[in-house]
Write a protein that binds this ligand. Structure first.
Ligand code: FAD
Length: 382
Protein backbone atom coordinates (compact mmCIF):
# COMPACT_ATOMS: atom_id res chain seq x y z
CA UNK A 1 0.00 0.00 0.00
CA UNK A 2 1.34 3.45 -0.89
CA UNK A 3 0.22 6.37 1.29
CA UNK A 4 1.37 9.97 0.93
CA UNK A 5 -0.59 11.27 3.93
CA UNK A 6 1.22 12.47 7.03
CA UNK A 7 0.01 11.06 10.35
CA UNK A 8 -1.85 13.32 12.79
CA UNK A 9 1.33 13.54 14.91
CA UNK A 10 3.44 14.49 11.88
CA UNK A 11 0.92 17.14 10.85
CA UNK A 12 1.03 18.56 14.39
CA UNK A 13 4.86 18.54 14.38
CA UNK A 14 4.89 20.42 11.06
CA UNK A 15 2.42 22.98 12.39
CA UNK A 16 4.45 23.55 15.56
CA UNK A 17 7.67 23.96 13.54
CA UNK A 18 5.94 26.23 11.01
CA UNK A 19 4.61 28.47 13.78
CA UNK A 20 8.04 28.62 15.44
CA UNK A 21 9.65 29.55 12.12
CA UNK A 22 7.15 32.32 11.50
CA UNK A 23 7.27 33.76 15.01
CA UNK A 24 10.89 33.18 16.08
CA UNK A 25 13.16 32.52 13.08
CA UNK A 26 11.95 34.79 10.27
CA UNK A 27 11.93 37.95 12.46
CA UNK A 28 15.65 37.54 13.39
CA UNK A 29 17.03 35.88 10.24
CA UNK A 30 18.17 39.02 8.36
CA UNK A 31 20.00 40.46 11.40
CA UNK A 32 21.65 37.10 12.22
CA UNK A 33 22.82 36.93 8.59
CA UNK A 34 24.09 40.51 8.60
CA UNK A 35 25.97 40.14 11.89
CA UNK A 36 27.03 36.51 11.24
CA UNK A 37 25.83 35.72 14.75
CA UNK A 38 23.92 32.63 15.78
CA UNK A 39 20.84 33.54 17.84
CA UNK A 40 21.32 31.24 20.84
CA UNK A 41 18.04 32.27 22.42
CA UNK A 42 16.19 30.93 19.35
CA UNK A 43 18.07 27.63 19.72
CA UNK A 44 17.15 27.45 23.40
CA UNK A 45 13.49 28.02 22.69
CA UNK A 46 13.46 25.45 19.86
CA UNK A 47 15.15 23.00 22.24
CA UNK A 48 12.42 23.60 24.86
CA UNK A 49 9.75 22.92 22.22
CA UNK A 50 11.43 19.62 21.22
CA UNK A 51 12.41 20.81 17.72
CA UNK A 52 16.09 19.85 18.23
CA UNK A 53 17.69 16.40 18.83
CA UNK A 54 14.43 14.84 17.57
CA UNK A 55 15.87 11.42 16.75
CA UNK A 56 17.41 10.84 20.20
CA UNK A 57 15.55 7.86 21.73
CA UNK A 58 13.35 8.41 24.76
CA UNK A 59 15.64 6.36 27.04
CA UNK A 60 18.29 9.07 26.52
CA UNK A 61 15.84 11.89 27.16
CA UNK A 62 14.92 12.55 23.51
CA UNK A 63 11.61 12.60 21.69
CA UNK A 64 12.36 9.31 19.90
CA UNK A 65 11.17 10.69 16.57
CA UNK A 66 11.75 8.92 13.28
CA UNK A 67 14.01 10.20 10.51
CA UNK A 68 10.97 11.30 8.49
CA UNK A 69 9.53 13.20 11.48
CA UNK A 70 12.87 14.94 11.95
CA UNK A 71 13.15 15.78 8.24
CA UNK A 72 9.63 17.24 8.25
CA UNK A 73 10.66 19.57 11.10
CA UNK A 74 13.84 20.42 9.18
CA UNK A 75 11.86 21.48 6.09
CA UNK A 76 9.74 23.85 8.16
CA UNK A 77 12.68 25.43 10.02
CA UNK A 78 14.68 25.82 6.80
CA UNK A 79 11.85 27.90 5.36
CA UNK A 80 12.82 30.61 7.82
CA UNK A 81 16.63 30.50 7.60
CA UNK A 82 18.87 27.61 6.61
CA UNK A 83 21.75 29.22 8.51
CA UNK A 84 19.94 29.06 11.86
CA UNK A 85 18.48 25.67 10.99
CA UNK A 86 21.89 24.20 9.98
CA UNK A 87 23.23 24.94 13.45
CA UNK A 88 20.13 23.35 14.97
CA UNK A 89 20.53 20.25 12.80
CA UNK A 90 24.28 19.88 13.49
CA UNK A 91 23.33 18.19 16.77
CA UNK A 92 21.66 15.44 14.73
CA UNK A 93 24.77 15.15 12.51
CA UNK A 94 26.98 14.75 15.61
CA UNK A 95 24.45 12.62 17.48
CA UNK A 96 23.93 10.13 14.64
CA UNK A 97 27.36 8.38 14.90
CA UNK A 98 26.85 8.14 18.67
CA UNK A 99 23.44 6.57 18.04
CA UNK A 100 24.83 4.22 15.39
CA UNK A 101 28.03 3.09 17.11
CA UNK A 102 27.99 4.26 20.73
CA UNK A 103 27.68 1.91 23.70
CA UNK A 104 25.01 2.51 26.31
CA UNK A 105 27.31 4.56 28.58
CA UNK A 106 28.37 6.83 25.68
CA UNK A 107 24.77 7.33 24.57
CA UNK A 108 23.63 8.01 28.11
CA UNK A 109 26.39 10.56 28.70
CA UNK A 110 26.54 12.40 25.36
CA UNK A 111 23.01 12.11 23.94
CA UNK A 112 21.80 12.69 27.51
CA UNK A 113 23.91 15.87 27.60
CA UNK A 114 22.09 17.20 24.51
CA UNK A 115 18.65 16.43 25.87
CA UNK A 116 19.23 17.58 29.48
CA UNK A 117 20.12 21.14 28.51
CA UNK A 118 20.23 23.23 25.34
CA UNK A 119 23.75 22.28 24.24
CA UNK A 120 25.58 21.93 20.94
CA UNK A 121 27.71 19.18 19.40
CA UNK A 122 29.89 19.06 16.28
CA UNK A 123 30.81 16.41 13.72
CA UNK A 124 34.40 16.59 12.45
CA UNK A 125 35.67 14.88 9.32
CA UNK A 126 36.86 17.74 7.06
CA UNK A 127 40.46 18.96 7.17
CA UNK A 128 42.36 21.75 5.41
CA UNK A 129 43.83 19.23 2.95
CA UNK A 130 40.35 18.17 1.80
CA UNK A 131 36.84 17.13 2.70
CA UNK A 132 35.60 15.02 -0.21
CA UNK A 133 38.19 12.27 0.22
CA UNK A 134 37.37 11.26 3.79
CA UNK A 135 39.71 8.23 3.57
CA UNK A 136 42.63 10.64 3.11
CA UNK A 137 42.18 12.49 6.40
CA UNK A 138 45.38 13.16 8.35
CA UNK A 139 44.40 13.95 11.94
CA UNK A 140 46.29 11.27 13.81
CA UNK A 141 45.65 9.21 16.90
CA UNK A 142 48.14 7.22 18.97
CA UNK A 143 47.22 4.65 21.57
CA UNK A 144 48.95 5.36 24.88
CA UNK A 145 48.04 2.75 27.47
CA UNK A 146 44.26 2.61 27.53
CA UNK A 147 43.96 6.20 26.26
CA UNK A 148 44.43 7.88 22.88
CA UNK A 149 46.28 11.05 21.90
CA UNK A 150 45.01 13.14 18.97
CA UNK A 151 46.97 15.60 16.82
CA UNK A 152 45.74 17.48 13.77
CA UNK A 153 43.25 20.02 12.52
CA UNK A 154 39.63 19.99 11.37
CA UNK A 155 38.07 22.82 9.42
CA UNK A 156 34.63 24.12 8.42
CA UNK A 157 33.12 22.59 11.54
CA UNK A 158 29.53 23.67 12.16
CA UNK A 159 28.97 24.84 15.76
CA UNK A 160 32.67 24.41 16.58
CA UNK A 161 32.69 27.53 18.78
CA UNK A 162 29.57 26.46 20.65
CA UNK A 163 29.96 22.69 21.00
CA UNK A 164 30.16 20.83 24.30
CA UNK A 165 31.64 17.80 22.52
CA UNK A 166 33.01 16.81 19.13
CA UNK A 167 32.76 13.53 17.22
CA UNK A 168 36.22 13.35 15.64
CA UNK A 169 37.45 11.04 12.90
CA UNK A 170 41.21 10.35 13.02
CA UNK A 171 43.67 7.87 11.58
CA UNK A 172 46.30 5.57 13.05
CA UNK A 173 48.33 6.02 9.87
CA UNK A 174 47.25 8.09 6.86
CA UNK A 175 48.88 5.53 4.53
CA UNK A 176 46.25 2.97 5.62
CA UNK A 177 43.51 5.20 4.12
CA UNK A 178 40.02 4.06 5.18
CA UNK A 179 41.43 1.06 7.05
CA UNK A 180 43.24 3.34 9.52
CA UNK A 181 40.31 5.51 10.56
CA UNK A 182 38.72 5.46 14.02
CA UNK A 183 36.19 7.79 15.67
CA UNK A 184 36.28 9.44 19.10
CA UNK A 185 34.07 11.63 21.27
CA UNK A 186 36.13 14.56 22.52
CA UNK A 187 34.96 16.86 25.31
CA UNK A 188 35.20 20.58 24.73
CA UNK A 189 37.28 21.24 27.83
CA UNK A 190 40.00 18.69 26.99
CA UNK A 191 43.48 20.31 27.23
CA UNK A 192 45.06 20.85 23.80
CA UNK A 193 41.75 21.37 21.99
CA UNK A 194 41.49 24.88 20.51
CA UNK A 195 38.74 26.37 18.39
CA UNK A 196 39.82 28.62 15.50
CA UNK A 197 38.27 31.81 14.22
CA UNK A 198 34.67 31.99 13.09
CA UNK A 199 34.54 31.81 9.27
CA UNK A 200 33.19 34.86 7.43
CA UNK A 201 30.92 33.02 5.00
CA UNK A 202 29.01 33.91 1.81
CA UNK A 203 25.75 32.39 3.05
CA UNK A 204 24.23 30.61 6.02
CA UNK A 205 26.05 33.29 7.94
CA UNK A 206 23.97 32.77 11.06
CA UNK A 207 25.45 29.31 11.58
CA UNK A 208 28.72 29.09 13.45
CA UNK A 209 31.58 27.56 11.41
CA UNK A 210 35.17 27.30 12.65
CA UNK A 211 38.30 25.15 12.70
CA UNK A 212 39.23 22.85 15.60
CA UNK A 213 42.89 22.19 16.45
CA UNK A 214 44.11 19.15 18.38
CA UNK A 215 47.53 19.34 20.05
CA UNK A 216 48.31 16.23 22.07
CA UNK A 217 44.66 15.93 23.04
CA UNK A 218 44.28 13.00 25.43
CA UNK A 219 41.05 11.05 24.97
CA UNK A 220 40.02 8.33 27.40
CA UNK A 221 39.57 4.84 25.96
CA UNK A 222 35.96 5.11 27.14
CA UNK A 223 35.42 7.70 24.42
CA UNK A 224 36.46 5.49 21.52
CA UNK A 225 33.34 5.40 19.35
CA UNK A 226 34.60 3.29 16.44
CA UNK A 227 37.88 1.34 16.51
CA UNK A 228 40.56 1.56 13.83
CA UNK A 229 39.13 0.33 10.52
CA UNK A 230 35.51 1.07 11.52
CA UNK A 231 35.59 4.89 11.53
CA UNK A 232 35.29 5.35 7.76
CA UNK A 233 32.23 3.10 7.58
CA UNK A 234 30.69 5.02 10.47
CA UNK A 235 31.27 8.34 8.69
CA UNK A 236 29.63 7.01 5.49
CA UNK A 237 26.71 5.45 7.38
CA UNK A 238 26.18 8.75 9.20
CA UNK A 239 25.93 10.59 5.85
CA UNK A 240 23.48 7.97 4.61
CA UNK A 241 21.26 8.87 7.58
CA UNK A 242 21.65 12.64 7.38
CA UNK A 243 21.62 13.37 3.64
CA UNK A 244 17.81 13.18 3.43
CA UNK A 245 17.82 16.11 5.90
CA UNK A 246 19.72 18.20 3.34
CA UNK A 247 16.95 17.36 0.85
CA UNK A 248 14.44 18.54 3.46
CA UNK A 249 16.44 21.70 4.01
CA UNK A 250 16.53 22.35 0.26
CA UNK A 251 12.76 21.84 0.10
CA UNK A 252 12.13 24.44 2.82
CA UNK A 253 14.43 26.91 1.09
CA UNK A 254 12.73 26.32 -2.29
CA UNK A 255 9.24 26.64 -0.82
CA UNK A 256 10.31 30.05 0.52
CA UNK A 257 11.68 31.03 -2.93
CA UNK A 258 8.38 29.99 -4.48
CA UNK A 259 6.14 31.78 -1.96
CA UNK A 260 8.16 35.00 -2.15
CA UNK A 261 8.27 34.85 -5.96
CA UNK A 262 4.54 34.15 -6.40
CA UNK A 263 3.63 37.03 -4.06
CA UNK A 264 5.99 39.42 -5.88
CA UNK A 265 4.79 38.27 -9.31
CA UNK A 266 1.21 39.15 -8.39
CA UNK A 267 2.12 42.68 -7.23
CA UNK A 268 4.91 43.81 -9.53
CA UNK A 269 3.80 45.15 -12.89
CA UNK A 270 5.71 45.38 -16.19
CA UNK A 271 4.24 46.27 -19.59
CA UNK A 272 0.94 47.05 -17.82
CA UNK A 273 0.34 43.61 -16.28
CA UNK A 274 1.54 41.70 -13.20
CA UNK A 275 4.86 40.09 -14.14
CA UNK A 276 3.46 36.61 -13.35
CA UNK A 277 1.29 36.95 -16.45
CA UNK A 278 4.39 37.04 -18.64
CA UNK A 279 4.85 33.43 -19.65
CA UNK A 280 8.61 33.40 -19.10
CA UNK A 281 8.14 34.54 -15.49
CA UNK A 282 5.30 32.04 -15.03
CA UNK A 283 7.61 29.30 -16.31
CA UNK A 284 10.16 30.13 -13.60
CA UNK A 285 7.43 29.86 -10.96
CA UNK A 286 6.25 26.54 -12.42
CA UNK A 287 9.80 25.15 -12.46
CA UNK A 288 10.28 26.17 -8.82
CA UNK A 289 7.06 24.38 -7.86
CA UNK A 290 8.08 21.22 -9.75
CA UNK A 291 11.55 21.13 -8.16
CA UNK A 292 10.19 21.80 -4.67
CA UNK A 293 7.68 18.98 -4.86
CA UNK A 294 10.13 16.57 -6.52
CA UNK A 295 12.71 17.16 -3.77
CA UNK A 296 10.02 16.79 -1.10
CA UNK A 297 9.12 13.35 -2.46
CA UNK A 298 12.79 12.33 -2.70
CA UNK A 299 13.68 13.30 0.86
CA UNK A 300 10.51 11.78 2.29
CA UNK A 301 11.15 8.49 0.50
CA UNK A 302 14.81 8.42 1.64
CA UNK A 303 13.81 9.19 5.25
CA UNK A 304 11.00 6.61 5.07
CA UNK A 305 13.59 4.02 3.97
CA UNK A 306 15.67 4.77 7.05
CA UNK A 307 12.65 4.45 9.34
CA UNK A 308 11.74 1.11 7.78
CA UNK A 309 15.21 -0.43 7.83
CA UNK A 310 15.56 -0.24 4.03
CA UNK A 311 19.28 0.44 3.47
CA UNK A 312 19.46 2.44 0.24
CA UNK A 313 22.30 5.04 0.23
CA UNK A 314 21.51 5.86 -3.40
CA UNK A 315 18.11 7.27 -2.31
CA UNK A 316 19.77 9.49 0.32
CA UNK A 317 22.21 10.69 -2.36
CA UNK A 318 19.32 11.37 -4.80
CA UNK A 319 17.60 13.58 -2.21
CA UNK A 320 20.81 15.45 -1.39
CA UNK A 321 22.10 15.89 -4.95
CA UNK A 322 18.80 16.77 -6.61
CA UNK A 323 17.67 18.96 -3.71
CA UNK A 324 20.90 20.96 -3.47
CA UNK A 325 21.10 21.61 -7.23
CA UNK A 326 17.38 22.40 -7.43
CA UNK A 327 17.64 24.83 -4.51
CA UNK A 328 20.51 26.65 -6.22
CA UNK A 329 18.48 26.94 -9.43
CA UNK A 330 15.27 28.02 -7.66
CA UNK A 331 17.02 30.66 -5.58
CA UNK A 332 18.80 32.04 -8.66
CA UNK A 333 15.43 32.18 -10.43
CA UNK A 334 13.83 33.86 -7.41
CA UNK A 335 16.42 36.63 -7.68
CA UNK A 336 15.60 36.84 -11.40
CA UNK A 337 11.86 37.17 -10.70
CA UNK A 338 12.60 40.09 -8.35
CA UNK A 339 14.84 41.79 -10.95
CA UNK A 340 16.96 44.58 -9.41
CA UNK A 341 15.06 44.18 -6.15
CA UNK A 342 16.32 40.61 -6.01
CA UNK A 343 19.89 41.84 -5.89
CA UNK A 344 19.62 43.90 -2.70
CA UNK A 345 19.22 43.04 0.96
CA UNK A 346 15.89 44.88 1.31
CA UNK A 347 14.20 41.75 -0.07
CA UNK A 348 14.71 38.19 1.21
CA UNK A 349 15.71 36.40 -1.99
CA UNK A 350 19.39 37.39 -2.31
CA UNK A 351 19.96 35.70 1.07
CA UNK A 352 18.20 32.57 -0.19
CA UNK A 353 20.60 32.43 -3.14
CA UNK A 354 23.68 32.83 -0.93
CA UNK A 355 22.32 30.29 1.55
CA UNK A 356 21.50 27.71 -1.13
CA UNK A 357 25.06 27.44 -2.45
CA UNK A 358 26.48 25.54 0.50
CA UNK A 359 23.85 22.81 0.11
CA UNK A 360 25.88 21.75 -2.95
CA UNK A 361 29.07 21.66 -0.84
CA UNK A 362 28.60 20.25 2.67
CA UNK A 363 27.84 16.62 3.62
CA UNK A 364 29.36 15.58 0.28
CA UNK A 365 29.43 17.91 -2.71
CA UNK A 366 27.05 17.52 -5.64
CA UNK A 367 29.92 15.84 -7.52
CA UNK A 368 30.52 13.36 -4.68
CA UNK A 369 26.79 12.46 -4.62
CA UNK A 370 27.08 11.59 -8.30
CA UNK A 371 30.19 9.51 -7.57
CA UNK A 372 28.19 7.62 -4.91
CA UNK A 373 25.24 7.13 -7.26
CA UNK A 374 27.34 6.07 -10.26
CA UNK A 375 29.35 3.63 -8.13
CA UNK A 376 26.16 2.03 -6.82
CA UNK A 377 24.71 1.80 -10.34
CA UNK A 378 27.85 0.16 -11.71
CA UNK A 379 28.00 -2.28 -8.78
CA UNK A 380 24.33 -3.13 -9.28
CA UNK A 381 23.62 -2.15 -5.65
CA UNK A 382 21.36 0.49 -4.18
C1 FAD B 1 29.33 26.18 5.85
C2 FAD B 1 30.02 24.84 5.90
C3 FAD B 1 29.75 23.98 6.96
C4 FAD B 1 30.40 22.75 7.05
N1 FAD B 1 30.20 21.95 8.15
C5 FAD B 1 30.97 20.82 8.30
C6 FAD B 1 30.91 20.05 9.52
O1 FAD B 1 30.12 20.35 10.43
N2 FAD B 1 31.75 18.99 9.64
C7 FAD B 1 32.61 18.62 8.66
O2 FAD B 1 33.35 17.66 8.85
N3 FAD B 1 32.70 19.34 7.50
C8 FAD B 1 31.91 20.42 7.31
N4 FAD B 1 32.00 21.17 6.15
C9 FAD B 1 32.97 20.78 5.16
C10 FAD B 1 32.35 20.18 3.90
O3 FAD B 1 31.79 18.92 4.18
C11 FAD B 1 33.44 20.15 2.83
O4 FAD B 1 33.69 21.50 2.44
C12 FAD B 1 33.06 19.32 1.62
O5 FAD B 1 33.00 17.96 1.96
C13 FAD B 1 34.03 19.50 0.45
O6 FAD B 1 35.35 19.39 0.86
P1 FAD B 1 36.41 20.51 0.41
O7 FAD B 1 35.84 21.83 0.76
O8 FAD B 1 37.71 20.17 1.02
O9 FAD B 1 36.48 20.42 -1.14
P2 FAD B 1 37.42 19.41 -1.97
O10 FAD B 1 37.27 18.04 -1.44
O11 FAD B 1 38.77 19.99 -2.07
O12 FAD B 1 36.73 19.48 -3.41
C14 FAD B 1 36.91 20.60 -4.28
C15 FAD B 1 36.10 20.37 -5.54
O13 FAD B 1 36.52 19.15 -6.20
C16 FAD B 1 35.41 18.30 -6.40
N5 FAD B 1 35.80 16.90 -6.25
C17 FAD B 1 36.57 16.34 -5.26
N6 FAD B 1 36.69 15.02 -5.46
C18 FAD B 1 35.99 14.71 -6.58
C19 FAD B 1 35.72 13.52 -7.30
N7 FAD B 1 36.16 12.31 -6.88
N8 FAD B 1 34.99 13.58 -8.41
C20 FAD B 1 34.47 14.79 -8.84
N9 FAD B 1 34.70 15.95 -8.20
C21 FAD B 1 35.43 15.92 -7.09
C22 FAD B 1 34.40 18.70 -5.31
O14 FAD B 1 33.09 18.33 -5.67
C23 FAD B 1 34.60 20.20 -5.28
O15 FAD B 1 33.86 20.79 -6.31
C24 FAD B 1 31.31 22.36 6.04
C25 FAD B 1 31.55 23.22 4.95
C26 FAD B 1 30.93 24.44 4.89
C27 FAD B 1 31.25 25.35 3.73
Amino acid sequence: MLDFNLSEEQTALCEAARRFTKERIIPVAAAADRDAKFPKEVFEEAWRLGLINGTVPTEYGGAGLGELDNALITEQLAYGCTGIQTSMLANTLAGTPVLLAGNDAQKRKYLGMLTAEPRFASYCTTEPSGGSDVAALKTQFRKVGSDYVLNGEKCWITNASLASFYVVFATADAAKKHKGIAAFIVDRETPGLHVGKHEDKMGQRASDTAAVHFEDVKVSGENLLAPEGEGFKLAMETFNQTRPDIGAMATGLMQRCLDESVAYSRERKAFGVPIGEHQLVGAMLADMAIKTEATRLLYQKAAWNLDHGVRMPIASAFAKAFGADAAMQCSTDAVQVFGGNGYVKDYPVEKLMRDAKVLQIYEGTSQIQRVVIARALLKGSS
